[in-house]
Structures are given as structure tokens and as C-alpha cells.
Ligand binder design. Structure first.
Ligand code: BV8
Length: 240
């Protein structure tokens, strides 16, 4: 039976894994071939911008060949259906992912806290522009013309986007669901503690137990394309 009116969902790389997008910390994952310190910090970018730009060029191109999977579509269905079934009900999707599969599946109330592959960020004028091509050849910023574009992706030590909105959603939440994340990176991994402190129902849907599994009221183990549609059906059935 659905208990909450406001649901906050946090997703990580595991929700896109079955779409063929590598996760970070699994066998053969993104970090296996690159040390985090070499590609996902401002210092790495200053030290070797070509390496970092090529790393993100490769991933930006790869995601454009992938499609949303049943988990992405189920979350979009929940966002559309929930307010029709539960007066005043909301679904807020906070993602650590930088791909655009949630959008392409139809999710709208979406916060990309770690940025987006398909945006470029100009270090000269600060403008962020939609960007689907490469950055390693140093193209000009569409606004100011400077050859100062970087991936619009949060590196370690950088402030995640829209934290005020995220904390606001968490403080109004009646249910918090974490999907496809190892719970290795903060502040995302700390959101479950906010939910617990507020006495909010918490659920984890993950292929393996995460670093924070013990913090959840319930933790279901399995692939997102099976667990997420099943959970959404359960939530909507509970609103009849
Ligand atoms: C911040 C770049 C301050 C983007 C990423 C010292 C100095 C500075 C900061 C720190 C420090 N010590 C600690 C910190 C904080 C730091 C941090 O957490 N470090 C960790 C390593 C300890 N965090 C930061 O620096 C953040 N900024 O703290 O600013 C602040 C603090 C509070 C409030 C405001 C400001 C910045 C974090 C952003 C870092 N950027 N990457 C990129 O290249 O994409 S992090 C990287 O890990 C990705 O962004 C990713 O989103 C994130 C989390 O990874 P997951 O998504 O969980 O992926 P992972 O592979 O780990 O796990 C996949 C999971 O899926 C697994 O559990 C697996 O079982 C499951 N799975 C797999 N297949 C499936 C599945 N589940 C279901 N179905 C399947 N089929």
C-alpha cells in the first residue's frame, strides 16, 4: 500500500547499466581503466586536459548510441501517474547520472546533481550550452568564442548542482527510494540518512548490497529492469 504523497527517487549508474552504459566501480567499469584522480578532478583537468577531454568525449559519444531501459520508463510512468492517483502527490527524481536516458524515457521533474554529458561549460563566460560533439579539439564557446569549454560534469571536490532543491525535496518526502547506486559518493550517499532522521520510509533497489544498505528499511536485490517496474506497479496498485 502506498503510504507517501511525495516520493524522492535517487538513481545511480546501475539504472543505466542494462542500457549498456558502464558503471564506475564494477569489474571492467569506468574507473577500472582510469584512476579517478586522473580523470574526474579539477586537478586532473589542469594537469592533463587532453586526457580528461578525451575520456569524456568517448563517454559523451557512447551514451548517444544507447536507449532508455524498462527502469527508466517505469520511473517516467510513476511520475506521470502518481499525481493522478494521489492528490497532491509528487515524484522527484534526483540522479547522479550524467546520461540523458531519464529525459528520453519521459521524466521531467529531474535533478542532475552531477551534471550532464550533453552540456558544455565555458570557463570564460560560465555559459552552459547543449553539446553533443567532442571537446578535445578545443571548439569555441557559442556565446563568447573562447576556446575554454569543459564537460558540464561535477568532479570530486566540486559543488553538486541544485543541492538546495534536493534538500527541500528530501524534507518534504514521505518515501525515499535509492536505485542502482553503490552509495560510495557524497552528498548523494548521505540522502538516506536525511530520510531516516525524518522518519521517512526508505527502500533500496540494487543489483548488489550497497555501502548504505543497512540504512534502508528494505533492500531488494536484483536488476533494475525487473525491480523498478515491479515496484512502480506495486505503488500504483496501492493507490486504487
Ligand atoms: C562535494 C564524475 C562538497 C562525473 C563523479 C575530499 C575532498 C573533497 C570532497 C571529498 C573528500 N572526501 C570525500 C569527499 C566528498 C566526495 C566523495 O564523496 N568522495 C568519495 C569517493 C568518498 N564528493 C564530492 O567531491 C562531491 N562534491 O562533496 O562537494 C559538498 C558537500 C555537500 C554539499 C555540497 C557540497 C562531488 C561528487 C561528484 C563526483 N563525480 N564522477 C563522471 O565522470 O561521471 S562521482 C561518480 O560516482 C559518478 O558521478 C557517479 O554518479 C557516482 C556514484 O557512482 P554510482 O552511480 O553509485 O555508480 P557505481 O559504479 O559506484 O555503482 C553502481 C551500482 O549499481 C552498484 O551498486 C551496482 O550494484 C548497481 N548496479 C549495477 N548494475 C545494476 C545495478 N543495480 C541495478 N540494476 C543493474 N542492472
Amino acid at each position: 500500500m502506498s503510504t507517501g504523497r511525495n516520493i524522492v527517487v535517487l538513481t545511480g549508474a546501475g539504472v543505466s547499466a542494462e542500457s549498456g552504459i558502464d558503471t564506475f566501480r564494477a569489474e571492467g567499469g569506468l574507473w577500472e581503466n582510469h584512476r579517478v584522480e586522473d580523470v574526474a578532478t579539477p586537478e586532473a583537468f589542469s594537469r592533463d586536459p587532453d586526457l580528461v577531454l578525451r575520456f569524456y568525449d568517448m563517454r559523451r559519444a557512447a551514451i548517444q548510441t544507447k536507449e532508455p531501459n524498462a527502469a527508466h520508463h517505469a520511473l517516467a510512468r510513476l511520475e506521470a501517474e502518481w499525481p493522478r492517483r494521489v492528490v497532491g502527490g509528487t515524484v522527484t527524481l534526483v540522479t547522479q547520472n550524467v546520461d540523458d536516458l531519464h529525459e528520453r524515457a519521459g521524466s521531467f521533474n529531474l535533478i542532475h546533481m552531477h551534471g550532464e554529458h550533453l552540456n558544455a561549460w565555458c570557463r570564460a563566460c560560465e555559459m552552459r550550452s547543449v553539446w553533443t560533439g567532442a571537446l578535445s579539439h578545443r571548439p569555441q564557446c557559442p556565446q563568447c568564442g573562447a576556446r575554454a569549454l569543459r564537460p558540464d560534469i561535477l568532479w570530486f571536490g566540486e559543488m553538486p548542482y541544485r543541492m538546495a532543491d534536493i534538500y527541500d525535496a528530501m524534507h518534504n518526502a514521505d518515501m525515499f527510494v535509492s536505485i542502482g547506486t553503490s552509495g560510495a559518493v557524497y552528498p548523494a550517499a548521505g540522502l538516506v540518512r536525511i530520510a531516516r532522521d525524518n522518519g521517512v520510509q526508505t527502500l533500496e533497489l540494487n543489483l548488489d548490497p550497497s555501502q548504505g544498505s543497512d540504512l534502508f528499511d528494505e533492500s531488494r536485490i536484483g536488476p533494475a529492469t525487473r525491480l523498478v517496474p515491479g515496484w512502480v506497479d506495486e505503488m500504483l496498485a496501492g493507490t486504487k
